[in-house]
Design a protein around this ligand. Structure first.
Ligand code: IPE
Ligand code: IPE
Ligand code: MG
Length: 241
C-alpha cells in the first residue's frame, strides 16, 4: 500500500525521533559483516532526511550513537565514525541548500578529532538555517542529558542568573540539548525491539510510539509514511478527555 496518498498534510508531527536499529541483523541475515548493515543504514538516513524535509517536519532526531554503544568492538565503532564522516561530507551541501540546521545531541568531542572538525564545520555552516532542524544524537544518552541539564541549572543558580523558583517543567527544557524545539510527537523504532534505549527520556513524555519489525536498512520512505499515517490515527489526549 502507498501510505503517502493517505497522509493528512494538516497533521504532520512537528518532531519525530528515530532509533535507527537493526543494521547488524540486516547484515547477518545476508551473511555479511555487521558494518555492511551500517553502510546500507546510512543510505536510509539520506532518504529519510530528504523525506522529512519534504513533509515540512520541523525537527527530526536520529539516534546514531548512544553513550552505551562504546561497549561495541573498536572496529565497529570506527566504521560507524567513517560512515558519519561520509554522511557529512557527502550531504552537507544539500543540507545547506535545503535550509536545514544540523544540531548534535550529545558530547561529540569524545569522537576522533577529524570527526569533531567535520561536525563543527557542519554546525557552523548550518547555524542560521531554519526550515528543519536535523538533530543527530551522537554519544547521546537521555539520562546524561538530564544530568547535564541539572548541572547547568545548578551553575546558573550559583551564578545568580536564575532562582530555584524559575525552574519548572517548561524552563527545564531550555537546558536540554533540544532547547527551543518542541517535545517529541512520534518515536519510531524499527527492528522489533520494544524499548527506548535511553533516547530522549524527557522529550518523549507524551510521544506516540511506533514499533516496526522492519530493520533500519529496509526502512524506506513508504515505511516512514506508514508510521506517520499510524500516528495520525491515534487519539492524543494529553491526560484530558
Ligand atoms: C544500528 O543497528 C544502531 C547503531 C548503534 C548504529 P545495530 O548495530 O544496533 O543493529 P542490531 O540491533 O545489532 O541488528
Ligand atoms: C540504540 O540501539 C542506539 C542507536 C540506534 C544508536 P542499540 O542497538 O544500541 O540498543 P539496544 O542495545 O538494543 O538497547
Ligand atoms: Mg541494535
Amino acid at each position: 500500500m502507498n501510505y503517502y496518498d493517505k497522509l493528512d498534510f494538516e497533521n504532520i508531527p512537528s518532531h519525530i525521533g528515530i532509533i535507527m536499529d537493526g543494521n547488524g541483523r540486516w547484515a547477518k541475515k545476508r551473511n555479511l559483516p555487521r558494518t555492511f548493515g551500517h553502510k546500507e543504514g546510512t543510505k536510509r538516513v539520506i532518504d529519510i532526511v530528504e523525506t522529512a524535509y519534504k513533509l515540512n517536519i520541523k525537527s527530526l532526531t536520529l539516534y546514531a550513537f548512544s553513550t552505551e554503544n562504546w561497549k561495541r568492538p573498536e572496529d565497529e565503532i570506527s566504521k560507524l565514525m567513517d560512515l558519519l564522516a561520509y554522511y557529512i561530507k557527502n550531504q552537507l551541501e544539500k543540507i545547506i541548500k535545503n535550509n536545514i540546521k544540523i544540531n548534535v545531541l550529545g558530547d561529540y568531542t569524545k569522537f576522533p578529532s577529524s570527526i569533531v572538525k567535520l561536525i563543527d564545520n557542519a554546525l557552523q555552516r548550518t547555524e542560521s538555517n531554519d526550515k528543519m532542524i536535523l538533530n543527530i544524537a551522537l554519544n547521546y544518552g537521555g539520562q546524561t542529558e538530564i544530568v547535564d541539564a541539572t548541572k547547568k541549572i545548578v551553575k546558573d543558580i550559583g551564578d545568580n542568573k536564575i532562582s530555584i523558583d524559575d525552574i519548572n517543567t517548561e524552563t527545564f527544557k531550555d537546558y536540554l540539548y533540544t532547547k527551543g524545539q518542541s517535545d517529541l510527537d512520534l518515536l519510531i523504532r524499527p527492528s522489533g525491539e520494544f524499548r527506548v534505549s535511553n533516547f530522549l527520556l524527557y522529550q518523549l513524555a507524551y510521544s506516540e510510539f511506533y514499533f516496526s519489525d522492519i530493520l533500519w536498512p529496509d526502512f524506506n520512505e513508504n515505511e516512514f509514511y506508514k508510521a506517520i499515517y499510524d500516528y495520525q490515527n491515534r487519539n492524543r489526549r494529553f491526560g484530558g478527555l
